[in-house]
Write a protein that binds this ligand. Structure first.
Ligand SMILES: Nc1ncnc2c1ncn2[C@@H]1O[C@H](COP(=O)(O)OP(=O)(O)O)[C@@H](O)[C@H]1O
Ligand SMILES: [Mg+2]
Length: 410
């Protein structure tokens, strides 16, 4: 059947997230120019008051500032995104509901509406916010990353490269000081590598777009007390949403969903003082989930908790993995956790010395020891039996598997 002609014409010219993204980058640049030229103008004015420069200089700087402001104001007045929405609105309105293209037109209308809402958000945030498009399914791609905290100091990260696909659960292990937290700080964009690149879903992280790339990723840190910013659970979850300029009327629903996700829905009015370490970590996870990042880093998020708290947090992490929507990077000392992972990344003195499946990594028990790591508990049992001269199939991932393998010993 023939597609509606007006719709197929629209499809050829429609605006996409890529257009909004380009607009957002341009607006961000224009805004920076306004800020810079204003600063320059004010400085020059000050110099003039101290008789260090001429009136003409001040006038020239003022003109530069006013031009920058004019360009910015012109940019935010563009009608393209509104026109795009109006076009598809009018196509849908003229269409018969039985038209075979009707559903597609309705979907296009929804997309254009979202795009226009996002456009307004981009303008409100002066190009700083607004989402990037995912260009591929590689959640994190790191290439030749090197970093040192001071110029002449040792390399804390030394030529690290890896790829993590969307939906993977990667356990990052390595003894203290091997560079794991430094790697996570680079991934969340708080420090910039000396060499190498980071891409998220195909988007290269640059100083200009770091705020936007950061929207793909969230982090839960080790210390539950340092992460609680709000005065109540509710406030704490709201904090990130406010920063992200979420519409206040959407917040209660998002907060309740996120709190329910971690079993803290009955604690919304509670203060941090009233909560255990494990509960505070659950709130930290809820605060991260509320922002709906695609990637979550847990940087030793369970290491300061009691066994019950540890278990609960690990369960949430495994649930997230099983739901399959999030990509998880879990920095951990808990070698049992590597059994939950799809991949294990081993760090040693700033170098990535292994990146493979749990089986591949656990196979070589001596290798793990040489990297300063313990074996997972089941691995220790296997090794103890081998020392007694028993031959057991190694690499059990569950207690049942281990018991099975023990029963098969001849
Ligand atoms: N802010 C900092 N300034 C200087 N050196 C640091 C800083 N943070 C970490 N380091 C050093 O960098 C190395 C790697 O640290 P880190 O990334 O925290 O390792 P890990 O998380 O694997 O324990 C260590 O030698 C540590 O002392
Ligand atoms: Mg660390």
């Amino acid at each position: 059947m023939k597609e509606n002609e007006a719709l197929s014409q629209y499809s050829k010219e429609r605006l996409t997230k890529k257009d909004l993204n380009d607009f957002s980058i341009k607006l961000n640049d224009l805004n920076e120019k306004v800020d810079e030229s204003l600063e320059d103008y004010l400085d020059t004015k000050k110099q003039y008051n101290q008789k260090q420069t001429t009136k003409e200089q001040v006038k020239a700087k003022k003109e530069v500032y006013e031009k920058a402001k004019e360009r910015y104001n012109k940019a935010i007045k563009i009608k393209a995104f509104k026109n795009n929405l109006d076009n598809i609105n009018s196509i849908v309105n003229k269409m018969d509901e039985n038209d075979p293209s009707y559903q597609k037109a309705k979907e296009e209308e929804k997309y254009a509406q979202q795009l226009y809402n996002d456009f307004k958000e981009v303008v409100r945030s002066r190009g700083k916010y607004g989402s990037l498009e995912k260009l591929n399914d590689i959640a994190v791609e790191v290439k030749n990353l090197s970093f040192s905290y001071d110029e002449n100091g040792p390399l804390v990260l030394d030529d690290v490269s890896f790829k993590i696909n969307k939906g993977e659960y990667v356990a990052i292990v390595g003894h203290n000081g091997s560079g794991k937290s430094t790697l996570s700080k680079i991934l969340i964009g708080v420090i910039t590598p000396n060499h190498g690149t980071v891409k998220m879903f195909g988007n290269l992280m640059t100083p200009q777009n770091v705020e936007k790339v950061r929207q793909f990723i969230g982090i839960v840190f080790q210390n539950p007390d340092n992460q609680f910013i709000g005065s109540t659970v509710q406030d704490d979850i709201a904090f990130g949403l406010e920063n992200k300029r979420v519409d206040p009327k959407d917040m209660p629903g998002i907060i309740l969903d996120a709190a329910t996700r971690v079993g803290m829905q009955n604690y919304l009015d509670k203060e941090p003082l009233m909560l255990s370490g494990g509960q505070k970590q659950r709130v930290a996870i809820a605060s991260t989930l509320a922002l709906n990042p695609d990637i979550i880093i847990f940087d030793e998020a369970t290491s300061m908790l009691d066994p019950k708290g540890k278990r609960e947090i690990k369960e949430i992490m495994v649930d997230l993995k099983n739901e399959g929507h999030k990509t998880i990077l879990s920095i951990t000392h808990d070698m049992d956790e590597i059994l939950n992972a799809t991949k294990v990344l081993v760090m040693n003195q700033g170098k990535m010395i292994k990146f493979g499946t749990p089986d591949e990594v656990m196979k070589d028990k001596n290798f793990l020891r040489s990297a300063g790591l313990e074996l997972p508990f089941y691995g220790m049992v296997e090794e103890a039996l081998e020392k007694q001269g028993l031959t057991i199939k190694s690499g059990a991932k569950t207690l049942d598997e281990l018991v099975d393998n023990i029963c098969k010993i001849k």
